[in-house]
Each structure stands twice: as C-alpha cells, then as structure tokens.
Design a protein around this ligand. Structure first.
Ligand code: UGA
Length: 414
C-alpha cells in the first residue's frame, strides 16, 4: 500500500515537476520574446521598457585616432565641436552643416530604440562619408566624457541628445529624467572640468511655455506652467544651466525649438507618421481643442533651425571658468527658434494630402490630457537681433521637401 502510495506519490511528483517545468519554460520564453520585442523600435501603442536599449562601443587606439581626426578643423576654422545626439534629426543636420564649413566635429549618440535605429544608422553613414565620426555611447557615461575631453580640446559642445516627444513622457517618464536631467548634468560636469571650458549650446523646447496663453511666446515670459513631464525636464534643464553658469562660469545658450520638421525627421512626430499612415490608407487622429478649437503649431523647417544653431554657436562667448572654478561672469542665453507663423494641424493634413495625392482618413478627437498644448507661436526678435536669425521656409515648401525625401528614402530601403 505504502509502495503503491509511494509509487503513486513519485508519479505525482514527476508529473508535478513536468507541469511546473512547462509553466516555467513558457514563462521564460515569454520574457525572452517580450525583451526581444522591446528592443525593436517603439510601436504605435508606445509600449516600451525602461531604460531604452542603447549601444556603447568606445576605446582603443583606432577609436582614439578616429575621434582626433574627426575633431580636427579645416584651415580657416578654429572650432572643434562635440555634437551630442549626432545621429538624431537635428543633430545630424547640424553636424553636417558644421563639417561643411570646416569645423571639426565629433558626434556622440547612444542609438537607442525610441524610434527605428536604422534611420539613425543611415544618418550616421551619411555623416561618416563627410568625415564626421559618431561615438556610440551614453551622455551619462562620465568616464567616456572624461576620455573625450582628454583627447580633444573642444571649443564648443552642441548638446542635442535628449529624450524627445511630448506624449511618450507618460509612458516612460524615467527615460526623460535619465537623458534630459541626469544626462544634461553629466555634460555640464564634463564641460566644467575641461580646461579650457567649451561654450555650450543645448536644445531646450517650446514646450516650456506650457499652458501660457499670451502669444507670441517671448523668452521674457514666465515658464512655470509645463503641461508634460517632457516640458518639465526641459524647464529643469534651463534652471540647471543657470546654476552651472553662475557657479562655474560656463557660457551656456539654450535653444527653444518649435516643432522642427523636415527630411530625415523623427518618425514619432505627427507630420511623419501622418505621411506614413495616409499612404497606407490607415486612419489618422487629429486632435482638436474645447469647442472644436483648432490645434496649431509654429512648425519650423530644419534648415532654418540649423541656421539658428550655427548662429548661436558663432555668437557664443567663451566660458570663463578654469580648473573647475569661475574667474568672471559668463554668458547665459535662451533663444526661441521658431517660424513665427503658426499653422493649424488640419491645414498640415491638407498640405500632406495635396503632396501625397491621397485623401486622409481623419478621426477628429478632443485633445487628450497627454501633455499636448493647444497652440505655439514664437517671438523670434531676440535671435534676430543677436545673430540675424530669419526663417525663410513656410510649411508648404518645407513639407514638399520632406515628402520628396520620404518617398525616396522609403522606396529605396523598404
Ligand atoms: O516644439 C517643441 O518643443 C516640441 O515639438 C514637438 O512636439 P509637438 O509640437 O507635440 O509635435 P508632434 O508630436 O509632431 O505634434 C504636432 C501636432 O500634431 C498634433 N497631433 C499629434 C499626434 C496625433 O496623433 N494627432 C495630432 O493631431 C499634436 O496635438 C500637435 O498639435 C516634438 O515632438 C518635441 O520633441 C519638441 O520638443
């Protein structure tokens, strides 16, 4: 009886083992499958993990040589610029423009999977062809930054690496703190310790104006009504800039970009995925404000933004610190870089329909409380006065260039 029971018991234990092994195996496969999926680019539902997947490859003799060659200015220029986020939308355009005019340029990018990394790789390839080397690494890697500043005397840091996107901040808040706050501090720390210290130009955002209703937005306006965590991290960045300027004598210029668009743009932005979805015949969601109020943006074309970035770099004064100590007051500026001509999102859709020759399937929905604001409009007189900033591309002309690029790029690679 005992034996039988014992045997039955053993049999029961074996089947229990098989049962639990199967469950455990299935669970393991599910976890592996999920982690593989999350290393793909962000899907439209925005499901993602924290932190975003990145790549880091640096160090060694060949690497050091590539950095130094890339940093070397051509005759006529004395600038060696570190561009963070160089494989990103604005970063790649700015790197190319700096290189074209003879500045030495070293890029830094973590190639994370917030959106399709193959687009970042394609930008990297183009930049490599024009002699810009992009380091694969994280702006939070202080060891890497130290090594870089030991290798090169940077005259400027164009800090464009960031966690972008207004609505995604609700899905992955920590990625904003990691890149836009911790990452910014890490860059400032490296710059403060460098000798001589570089001047810093960095990307803030029009979103710092948040729920302000007085338009056009001026740099003199208060910015203490952020509508998204993204905006709050950019606003925090502006305050952090103030302290590094005040304590260490770093020359710092913040640029408040207004909804930048154009060729090689960001797939997470509305104009980009509207184009994709309209071409596929998929419905798009167009937000509207209370009482059917139109939502509008001061859409700014990338070439105008590049001119603004170069203008602010060229007008930046030197930092005054040395050996981590301030020796005198240093420049601290914030500029709006917009188009100063807001356009309704419904109009943006009409322009795309015309360019793509496809009618959009529109779902009009009330603006969800997801960080979006109703309206943006830049007053650009300060940038105009300081370095002659003057945008010249309207939305029709800019979207025409974007659509041309989009059709070329995706028919070649897909
Ligand atoms: O100006 C800025 O500083 C910001 O501009 C953009 O943010 P946003 O203006 O929200 O750009 P999109 O996400 O492309 O949205 C553009 C417009 O389309 C609307 N939209 C967006 C998505 C959608 O499905 N439907 C829709 O109507 C939004 O409400 C918004 O009015 C960038 O994504 C931010 O990284 C940047 O900092």
């Amino acid at each position: 009886m005992d034996k039988t029971f014992g045997h039955r018991n053993r049999h029961y234990s074996t089947s229990r083992l098989v049962f639990w092994s199967t469950i455990f195996g299935a669970l393991l496969m599910y976890i592996v499958f999920r982690s593989l999926r999350s290393s793909d680019s962000l899907d439209s539902s925005g499901s993602s993990s924290t932190p975003l997947h990145t790549t880091a490859k640096w160090g060694g003799k060949d690497w050091e040589q590539s950095v130094q060659i890339s940093a070397h200015p051509r005759s006529g220029s004395h600038n060696s610029v570190l561009v963070t986020g160089a494989a990103g939308f604005v970063g790649s355009h700015v790197s190319a423009a700096l290189k074209r005019r003879g500045d030495g340029v070293v890029g830094l990018d973590c190639f994370n999977n917030y959106y399709d990394p193959s687009l970042k790789r394609a930008r990297q390839k183009l930049l490599a062809e024009s002699g810009v080397f992009i380091i694969e690494g994280d702006i939070n890697d202080s060891e890497l930054l130290k090594k870089l500043f030991d290798l090169v005397t940077f005259t400027h840091v164009m800090h464009l690496a960031a966690q972008a996107g207004v609505r995604y901040a609700m899905k992955n808040p920590n990625s904003y703190v990691h890149s836009n706050i911790a990452g910014l501090v890490s860059i400032f720390e490296a710059c403060k310790a460098a000798n001589p210290q570089p001047a810093i130009i960095w990307a803030s955002s029009s979103s710092v104006y948040g729920l302000n209703t007085k338009v056009p937005f001026s740099e003199k306006d208060r910015t203490d009504n952020p509508a998204s965590l993204y905006a709050a991290t950019k606003k925090a960045g502006e305050e952090i800039a103030h302290t590094y300027n005040h304590i260490y004598g770093l020359s710092i210029t913040g640029l408040r970009f207004f909804t930048v668009y154009g060729p090689w743009g960001r797939p997470d932005m509305a104009y980009f995925f509207f184009t994709k979805d309209i071409l596929k015949g998929k419905p798009i969601t167009v937000y509207e404000g209370p009482a059917h109020a139109s939502v509008a943006r001061d859409f700014t074309f990338i070439d105008d933004i590049v001119k603004g970035c170069l203008g602010s770099l060229d007008s930046a004064e030197k930092s005054t610190g040395s050996g981590g100590k301030k020796t005198g007051p240093a420049q601290l500026r914030v500029f709006n870089l917009g188009n100063t001509s807001p356009v309704q999102v419904t109009r943006l859709v009409n322009i795309l329909e015309g360019l793509l020759k496809v009618k959009a399937k529109k779902n009009v929905l009330p603006l969800p409380r997801n960080g979006d604001v109703l309206y943006t409009h830049a007053n650009i007189s300060y940038a105009m006065k300081e370095f002659g900033y003057k945008p010249t591309t309207n939305l029709e002309a800019g979207l025409k260039k974007f659509v041309k690029w989009y059709l070329d790029y995706y028919s070649v690679t897909s």
